[in-house]
Design a protein around this ligand. Structure first.
Ligand SMILES: Cc1cc2nc3c(=O)[nH]c(=O)nc-3n(C[C@H](O)[C@H](O)[C@H](O)COP(=O)(O)OP(=O)(O)OC[C@H]3O[C@@H](n4cnc5c(N)ncnc54)[C@H](O)[C@@H]3O)c2cc1C
Length: 471
């Protein structure tokens, strides 16, 4: 029997175990995770910090899952070494080894943030459930808090903490927020919206020195008070095991389309892997990679290849609706693209649409959820955009088919994180999954970022009201 050993029980490792077992009841699966908890949905940690979800409700698996699925699960164990010669990891033999070690928070080089290589008292990263527990314990109402980093995660942390009544200042080294996903215009509107929710920003600023219990000195010499510092300044692929084992490592562990490392018996998926053309640090590529690797390792489809994932980023912050997808950095004067922009900062609205050959190549949509939904559908399906571009940007051009679940084509992707189409949801409903939890169990829709929940509920209402003749 083939022995697959997975190092890392996070979102990629857990998904791979699921995918392997769905395809093969016999293959031997061992997963080793350094965290003490069963796998959980890391994407939802912002909602835990915001207090809208409990740690328990982020679980991807419960304790019984491993036993029920005949999986050898070892929690709280950090693998130290791969012996490629004898094909073992810390003595555990493998035929195929999968590295799913994720990434670790990057700590800016400010004096005092680290003490003996560990985060100093009052400084917390934002990566794990244990980090969330520590943040929650320290984030008392009225406490001044500094968040280091104005990227997606920093903003989600800041919004959650502001919602708890903390006085939050975000320190960000770039001139606008979320520069990976947003242009300066959108970053400005976002900062204004978040400012109205009580969050302050120090842009173009870096933390220089941490004074425990007092706050941060920035590089311009100013002082920002803080009882708590949350580090959310970016991540680095966790490659230490691979480096030690002599595998090829660049920014991440280098893999090919078969998700093989430079040793064909060792694979890497998720945040720790570096695949050409893939944006790392997001869950959708990790889950797509898990499906491809399961096809290959079980022999279900040995020709399966991973060719990259087009990602849609959504900010999960109460009262702020933001989606960014594809190529957002094309300028208005780019000759081969049509670029449209609309902004209404006073109402927190900004929309930028990049079209190529009449199709959506990229978009930023802030404060206009209807427009975001339509544009995402157009992007996913690769169909031409309606000619009334302005109406599209304003969210008033819902193509007739997007207006009602009944009229959506069967192929329309409803849950992007799990690539679940309307057709799959209808089939699952017809097979008896008539509630949201049952549909989530059967199709995995809503179990990623949760952004599709309303759409899935809309489909459930429609299905309940009238069984469709065809989907
Ligand atoms: C707060 C937050 C919000 C996010 N929001 C989004 C979002 O909206 N959309 C999105 O797409 N992505 C988001 N992400 C990113 C997403 O969570 C990651 O892309 C995803 O978790 C990657 O999965 P992974 O399994 O590769 O890594 P991880 O989930 O980090 O799992 C890796 C696991 O491996 C373990 N490990 C590492 N080394 C070893 C070892 N030597 N031995 C044993 N175990 C080891 C680690 O402890 C960890 O449990 C967010 C992340 C955070 C922190």
């Amino acid at each position: 029997m083939r022995r697959v050993v997975i190092v890392g029980y996070g979102m990629a490792g857990a998904r791979l175990a699921d995918e392997l077992r769905r395809r093969d009841q016999d293959i031997s699966i061992t997963i080793i995770g350094s965290e003490p908890h069963p796998a959980y949905n890391r994407v939802l940690l912002s909602t835990v910090v915001a207090g809208t979800m409990t740690p328990q409700s982020t679980r991807l698996h419960d304790e019984k899952w491993a036993a029920d699925h005949n999986i050898d699960l070892r929690l709280g164990q950090e693998i130290q070494e791969i012996d490629r010669q004898n094909r073992t990891v810390d003595g555990i033999p493998y035929d195929a080894l999968v590295l799913a070690t994720g990434s670790t928070p990057w700590v800016p080089p400010a004096e005092g943030l680290l003490e003996d290589g560990k985060l100093a008292a009052g400084v917390v990263a934002f990566r794990t459930l244990d980090d969330c527990a520590e943040i929650e314990a320290k984030a008392r109402k009225g406490a001044p808090v500094v968040v280091l980093g104005g990227g997606l995660l920093g903003i989600e942390a800041a919004r959650g903490l502001a919602g708890r009544g903390c006085l939050v200042t975000v320190v960000h080294p770039v001139g606008h927020l979320m520069e990976r996903q947003l242009d300066p215009g959108a970053g400005g509107v976002l900062a204004r919206t978040l400012g109205q929710l009580g969050i302050e920003f120090r842009l173009n600023s870096m933390a220089a020195k941490y004074l425990p219990g007092d706050g941060m000195i920035l590089d311009d010499g100013t002082h920002v008070p803080a009882e708590l510092v949350v580090v959310s300044a970016g991540v680095r692929a966790e490659t230490s095991l691979a480096v030690k084992a002599g595998l090829t490592v660049d920014r991440g562990i280098v893999v090919d389309d078969a998700l093989r490392t430079s040793d064909p018996r060792i694979h890497a998926i998720g945040d720790c892997a570096q695949h050409p053309g893939t944006v790392s640090g997001l869950v959708q590529p990790a889950w797509d990679q898990a499906a491809v690797l399961a096809d290959r390792l079980t022999g279900t489809n040995p020709a399966s290849r991973y060719r990259g994932t087009s990602v849609v980023t959504r900010l999960k912050a109460r009262d702020v609706d933001l989606a960014a997808l594809g190529d957002v950095h094309t300028d208005v004067d780019c000759p081969d693209s049509e670029v449209l922009c609309f902004q209404e900062p006073s109402r927190g609205r900004y929309a930028k649409l990049v079209l190529r050959d009449d199709r959506v190549a990229g978009a930023i949509v802030l404060g206009a959820p209807d427009a975001a939904a339509t544009i995402t559908q157009l992007y996913d399906r690769g169909i031409p955009a309606p000619t009334d571009r302005l109406a599209l940007l304003l969210g008033r051009a819902l193509p007739a088919e997007a207006a009602s679940p009944a009229d959506l084509p069967s192929s329309a992707v409803i849950c992007r994180c799990n690539t679940v189409s309307k057709g799959q949801i209808v089939s699952a409903w017809r097979a008896g999954a008539e509630s949201l939890p049952q549909l989530a169990e059967a199709t995995r829709a809503t179990t990623g970022c949760g952004g599709c929940k309303d759409a899935v509920c809309g489909l459930l209402d429609w299905l309940g009201a009238s069984q469709p003749a065809s989907a």
